[in-house]
Design a protein around this ligand. Structure first.
Ligand code: NZQ
Ligand code: ZN
Length: 384
């Protein structure tokens, strides 16, 4: 059944060339700003310069060093700085990790509980957050237009999602030219992540939600079409712009309205990152093809639809199902992402640890909540 839904997305998007120049108007005049960034790419590609020029004369403190898969340990240093400096606005400049980390900082600065990690575990609710905005330099996560963040804790090898309407960015600036400096590995990761976001919301069972289905298919087709172009020619503006917008709409809530959602691939993938430090998107490539194989009976109708509409395949239903799964794996491989978890050292021992973790958390996944810890282990065994 086409489910009921309520949808509101308050994020203002400023998209296109030169939009960083609009920055000052987006932030209250009297704000004390904490500018957050990652490992330094913004200094090499001129984005830092553009941001500083746009914010000339404004009151700014800086915090750098937010790592890929941002850690609680690093972010708490920013929280301390933010409290000490009386920060009233956060500006994240970077990829999904910087944006996610900044959402955590936004909730943690005013948090009065004992242990801010509880914001991530959900054990304690945060009641307020410092407003934030973003300049995105890596299309992938959709973090620029959603309220999710994924935070890691080094000490316990955990990686968990948090979120809520309080940490929606007030605005996000998306200038495709800021992404020209991305290395091919990050472009490939970004395409694979966005592709998988669509699949998590689309590859379930049909509920006759025609708009969401066709929208999802168009996002996937766009990604398939622009992937080789944008990898080959990083300064092809149109290809990069289409990729950037595709990544945003893949996870701004729109395509998931009223439809069942899976998200098992992400949940399993986060554990692979937690134990083996593998790039987020690369974990998805090693899970989804095997998950589809395992769940092909439950997902049959959608696999057939996807085979026909996205990949233009023909044949018997069985052939379409097999073709759809094969094309999915080949797509990741065409981006240079392996589909075997064994490539990253995942073995029976890791699989057992991941299974135990889900047993302890009492978690099942998938659109029918039937991906139990035992099923997770079986899927992962197919991938080693
Ligand atoms: O740290 P710097 O020096 O900036 O370098 C980064 C980093 O090394 C570099 N980079 C970013 N923009 C660049 C650039 N290098 C050159 N030119 C540029 N323009 O790229 C590297 C990776 O950056 P990162 O932010 O980690 O990548 P991504 O955007 O893929 O984010 C991944 C994180 O987002 C989480 C993932 O789990 C992972 O922690 N996710 C967040 C989601 C959300 N908020 O909704 C959903 C996703 O499913 C995902 O889980
Ligand atoms: Zn993702």
């Amino acid at each position: 059944m086409f489910n009921n839904f309520v949808y509101q997305n308050p994020v203002k998007i400023l998209f296109g060339k030169g939009q960083i120049a609009q920055l000052s108007k987006q932030i209250p005049a009297d704000a004390k700003i904490l500018l957050t960034y990652g490992g330094g790419s913004i200094f090499q590609n001129g984005v830092y310069e553009q941001v500083k020029t746009a914010l000339e004369g404004r009151n700014i403190v800086e915090f750098g060093g937010i790592e890929a898969n941002p850690t609680y340990e690093t972010l708490m240093q920013a929280v301390e700085l933010g409290r000490k400096e009386g920060i009233t606005f956060l500006l994240a400049v970077g990829g999904g990790s910087v944006l996610d980390g900044t959402k955590f900082i936004a909730a943690a600065i005013p948090f009065e509980g004992e242990d801010a990690w509880q914001i991530v575990t959900g054990k304690e609710k945060y009641k307020t957050a410092i407003p934030l905005g973003a300049v995105l330099t890596l299309p992938a996560t959709g973090s620029e237009m959603n309220y999710y963040a994924v935070i890691s804790k080094k000490s316990t090898h955990e990686k968990k999602g948090m979120g809520g309407p309080l940490v929606y960015p007030k605005f996000s600036i998306l200038d495709p030219e800021t992404t020209y400096s991305l290395p091919p590995r990050q472009i490939a990761n970004g395409i694979a992540d966005a592709f998988t976001h669509v699949m998590e919301q689309y590859m379930t069972y049909p509920v006759d939600a025609q708009i969401q289905d066709r929208f999802a298919e168009s996002v996937i087709q766009t990604l398939i079409e622009v992937a080789p172009k944008t990898l080959e020619n990083p300064t092809d503006y149109e290809a990069r712009a289409n990729f950037m917008w595709a990544a945003t709409v893949a996870l701004n809530g729109w395509i998931g309205l009223g439809v069942p959602q899976d998200w098992a691939t992400h949940q399993i993938g986060h554990e692979i990152t937690a134990f083996h430090g593998v790039d987020h998107a690369r974990t998805l490539a090693v899970v989804l093809p095997h998950l589809l194989q395992y769940k092909k009976a439950d997902k049959r109708a959608k696999l057939i639809q996807y085979a026909k509409r996205v990949w233009n395949l023909s044949g018997t239903d069985d052939e379409l199902v097999a073709g759809a799964i094969q094309k999915t794996g080949e797509f990741y491989e065409s981006l240079g992402l392996p589909i075997k978890a064994s490539e990253y050292g995942v073995n029976k021992e890791t699989i057992e640890k991941i299974k135990q973790r889900f047993v302890e958390r009492g978690m099942n996944f998938g659109e029918k909540a039937d991906i139990t810890p035992e099923v997770v282990a079986e899927i992962l065994e197919m991938s080693i």
